[in-house]
Design a protein around this ligand. Structure first.
Ligand SMILES: NC(=O)c1ccc[n+]([C@@H]2O[C@H](COP(=O)([O-])OP(=O)(O)OC[C@H]3O[C@@H](n4cnc5c(N)ncnc54)[C@H](OP(=O)(O)O)[C@@H]3O)[C@@H](O)[C@H]2O)c1
Length: 278
C-alpha cells in the first residue's frame, strides 16, 4: 500500500491555500496548516497557529507548500520582511523538522535580470530555497484564476461600480491558469520525481491580452470599459491609490507582458492544462 502522505501548508488562509486545502481534503491527504490566525479546518487537517514561524516546534510531514507572500507593500509589511524573511524561516523550519521537500510559488517573469522590488524579493526567496539543499519545486506563476482570486475579485468589484478600468492599451498579455490545475500540479510536485529540483513556469495553455480577458470576463454582465492613460494610472497608484483598482506592482506586472510556454509544465507533470472558466 502507498504511504499516506502528510503535507504542510504555510499561507493556508490565502486564495491558493484555501483551494489547496479543499483539494487535498477531497483526496484524503493529511494536512498541517500553518497560519497566523486560527481557521476552520477539515477532518484530515491540523491547524497550527503561530505568531513567529521560528517558534513552531518540529512538525512531521513529507513536504511543505510555502504560500506566504505579498504582492503589494505597506509601511508594516514590505517584500523583504514577508517574501524573503518568512521564506528563510520556512527553510529553517523544514531543516529542523527534516522535511525534505518544499514547493514555492514565485512569479512569472522573475529572472536574474529582474529590476523591480516584488520580483527581486521572489528571486531572493527562490535562491534561499535552492541554496538550502532541500528538494524543491519553484513554480513561477502567471495569474491563478478561480472564483476568489485577487484578479477576479478586483474585476468583479469594478463591475459592481459599473466600469472596468484598463490602464494603457490593454494589449499586454497574461496567461491565466486555473486554480484546479494549480492544486493538481502542487500535489504532483510532491509525488513526481520529474518535478524535483525544477523551476517551472506555472502558466495556462493560452495567452490573452488584458483587454480580451476583461471583455470575456464582462460578457453577460452590465459594465463599461474605460481605458486610462498609463501616466494617469501610475500617477494615481502613487499619489491616490484609492482612485485606481491597480497597485504599482499590479501595473508593473501587467505592463511587463510576461508570458511563457506551458509545454514544460504539461510534459513534466503529465497534466493537460485548461483555460480557466471565466
Ligand atoms: N494568486 C496568484 O495569481 C499568484 C500569482 C503569482 C504568485 N502568487 C504567489 O502565490 C502565493 C500564494 O498566493 P495567494 O494568492 O494565495 O496569496 P494570498 O491570498 O494573498 O495569501 C497570502 C497568504 O500569506 C499569508 N501572509 C502574508 N503576510 C504574512 C506574514 N507576514 N506572515 C505570515 N503569513 C503571512 C497570509 O496570511 P494572513 O491571512 O494571516 O494574512 C495568507 O495566508 C504567494 O506567495 C503569491 O505571491 C500568487
Amino acid at each position: 500500500m502507498a504511504k499516506q502522505l502528510t503535507i504542510a501548508i504555510s499561507g493556508s488562509t490565502g486564495f491558493v491555500g484555501k483551494n489547496l486545502r479543499q483539494f487535498l481534503a477531497d483526496q484524503n491527504i493529511s494536512v498541517i496548516s500553518l497560519s497566523r490566525k486560527k481557521h476552520k479546518h477539515f477532518k484530515s487537517e491540523k491547524n497550527i497557529v503561530f505568531s513567529d514561524l521560528d517558534d513552531i516546534p518540529k512538525i512531521k510531514c513529507d513536504a511543505l507548500i510555502h504560500l506566504i507572500g505579498i504582492g503589494a507593500q505597506t509601511k508594516d509589511a514590505n517584500y523583504e520582511l514577508v517574501n524573503v524573511r518568512q521564506t528563510q524561516k520556512i527553510v529553517d523550519l523544514c531543516k529542523r523538522s527534516h522535511i525534505h521537500k518544499i514547493v514555492y510559488i514565485s512569479g512569472l517573469g522573475v529572472s536574474d535580470s529582474t529590476t523591480f522590488g516584488y520580483f527581486i524579493s521572489k528571486l531572493k526567496a527562490e535562491q534561499l530555497i535552492i541554496k538550502s539543499g532541500l528538494d524543491y519545486t519553484i513554480l513561477r506563476a502567471s495569474y491563478i484564476v478561480g472564483t476568489d482570486d485577487p484578479l477576479t475579485k478586483n474585476l468583479s468589484k469594478q463591475i459592481k461600480q459599473g466600469t472596468i478600468q484598463i490602464p494603457g492599451s490593454g494589449l499586454y498579455r497574461l496567461q491565466p491558469i486555473a486554480i484546479r490545475d494549480v492544486c493538481k500540479i502542487i500535489f504532483n510536485c510532491v509525488t513526481n520525481k520529474k518535478l524535483s529540483r525544477q523551476i517551472v513556469d506555472l502558466v495556462g495553455p493560452r495567452t490573452i491580452s488584458f483587454e480580451s480577458y476583461v471583455k470575456k470576463f464582462i460578457r453577460g454582465k452590465k459594465a463599461k470599459i474605460k481605458k486610462i492613460p498609463l501616466e494617469e494610472a501610475y500617477f494615481a497608484a502613487l499619489n491616490n491609490p484609492k482612485k485606481i483598482p491597480y497597485g504599482i506592482d499590479d501595473l508593473n506586472i501587467m505592463i511587463g507582458d510576461f508570458t511563457s510556454s506551458h509545454k514544460k509544465l504539461e510534459k513534466l507533470s503529465g497534466i493537460k492544462l485548461e483555460f480557466p472558466v471565466l
